[in-house]
Design a protein around this ligand. Structure first.
Ligand SMILES: Cc1ncc(COP(=O)(O)O)c(C=O)c1O
Length: 409
């Protein structure tokens, strides 16, 4: 019998995680649905307050109004609502000092996953190499491969608190290197890269004529002790950087599917020309609904306060258990927990589902440096007590496992 997959682009043909998946990935197929039905806390969804209702009132009202007034059934400008783009440009200037022309430098995407692929797309020719910090967001590796490029993992290390070593980048530069792909703040490590690190990477980009694509999906969730620096504002980088972001993480509005991409107008000229055919448009209704979140984003402060309380609690709890260690996240709303002494990360993910009714992510999906680590989302649930109860169940399971391993009595 002929195998139709032999006719498929080999990168697609080898993708796992679909209908016939053998991988127990939490966000794929009906595995997540089955777990939710069993009452498992899904600490694997990077989605604030899921599964509880959490839309800010002003956004809720704008969404209802956007449907009622009747024109949301039409296409909006394919590269984004002018009103929304103006508000986003103002916000970027307030946060980083970058002055954008919203008509020329900004497009709206249906979420930043789509934005990430579209930001990479124009640059990658077969065989082009892209330097990607490891561990990082799985799509970073997959998107490059799908486009025929070569993802080159650049290891980062727990002993450096997952910050970069510039020499690891320098020694991987070849005449095929085209791009540095950066997730800042990083998911899954919760690292917010410093200005010094970004300047080192910027020098490398400028010296070697590289493009920098920066995914800032978590830029709004920065804890007090850290500072978010935008790569595009480093001198010499604006004209070679494409930045993406969305309302999903910081604003907790993932279901609206609204993201944005910004870059110099020389780059944007080509993205405007191809946006409709490649990425499509974000929903008209959703673009109207999120406007109040940009007019007043003070609700984000309360979210960070909640996450901070949960991170302090979890940090103390998990680090008190033999065989378990975790660094304090600088940004984002997830722990990156070292469980190497308790077993492989795949084993521990399964163990936690069975013993603690908690599902988290296996670190091996985030790069070769991720084996032995778990990503645990602490933004889940509206009520702090629901999240802390899940932490407590995890801690009891970790202790049980530590006893089985002879690490404690
Ligand atoms: C680093 C990073 N980028 C992008 C995304 C995609 O987010 P969205 O498409 O909802 O904007 C995610 C989602 O988990 C993410 O973690």
């Amino acid at each position: 019998m002929s195998n139709i997959l032999n006719r498929m682009n080999p990168v697609f043909a080898k993708l796992d995680g679909g209908l016939f998946s053998t991988a127990e990935k939490a966000d794929v197929g009906d595995v997540a649905k089955r777990m939710e039905e069993m009452g498992v806390a899904m600490m694997s969804w990077a989605d604030p307050f899921k599964p509880d209702p959490s839309t800010p009132e002003a956004v809720l009202e704008a969404a209802v109004e956007a449907i009622r007034e009747g024109t949301s059934s039409h296409y909006i400008m394919p590269i984004g609502s002018p009103e929304l783009k103006e508000l986003i440009a103002e916000r970027i200037e307030k946060k980083s000092g970058l002055k954008l022309d919203p008509e020329r430098n900004l497009i709206i995407n249906p979420g930043s996953d789509n934005g990430l692929l579209f930001a990479i797309f124009p640059w990658i020719c077969p065989g082009d190499e892209v330097l990607i910090h490891d561990p990082s967001y799985p799509n970073n590796f997959q998107d490059i491969e799908i486009l025929g490029g070569v993802p080159v993992a650049v290891p980062t290390y727990e002993e450096d608190e997952w910050h970069i070593r510039i020499e690891e980048y320098q020694k991987r530069i070849t005449d095929k290197t085209k791009m540095i792909l950066l997730t800042n703040p990083n998911n899954p490590t919760g690292v917010c890269y410093t200005e010094t690190e970004l300047k080192q990477l910027a020098d490398l980009c400028i010296e070697n004529d590289l493009i920098c694509v920066v995914d800032q999906a978590f830029e709004d969730t920065i804890f007090e002790e850290s500072v978010m620096v935008n790569m595009a504002q480093i001198p010499g980088m604006w004209e070679r950087t494409v930045t993406i972001c969305s309302v999903s993480k910081g604003m907790g509005l993932s279901g609206f599917r609204v993201g944005w991409t910004y870059a110099d107008d020389v780059i944007m000229d080509k993205m405007h020309a191809s946006a409709v055919s490649i990425q499509g448009a974000a929903s008209t209704m959703a673009q109207k609904a999120v406007v109040p979140a940009f007019k007043d984003d003070s609700f984000i402060k309360n979210y960070i306060k909640k996450y901070d309380y949960r991170r302090q609690y979890g940090y103390k709890l998990f680090n008190s258990i033999p065989g378990v260690s975790v660094l304090m996240p600088e940004a984002g709303f997830y722990f990156w927990i070292n469980v190497k002494e308790l077993g492989s990360s795949s084993e521990i993910v399964k163990y936690l589902v069975e013993e603690a009714l908690v599902n988290c992510n296996d670190g091996k999906f985030y790069g070769t440096q991720g084996d032995g680590f778990l990503r645990v989302i602490f933004a889940v649930f509206d009520k702090d007590e629901d999240c802390l109860a899940a932490f407590d169940r995890m801690a009891a399971a970790f202790r049980k496992r530590a006893k089985e391993k002879g690490l404690m009595r």
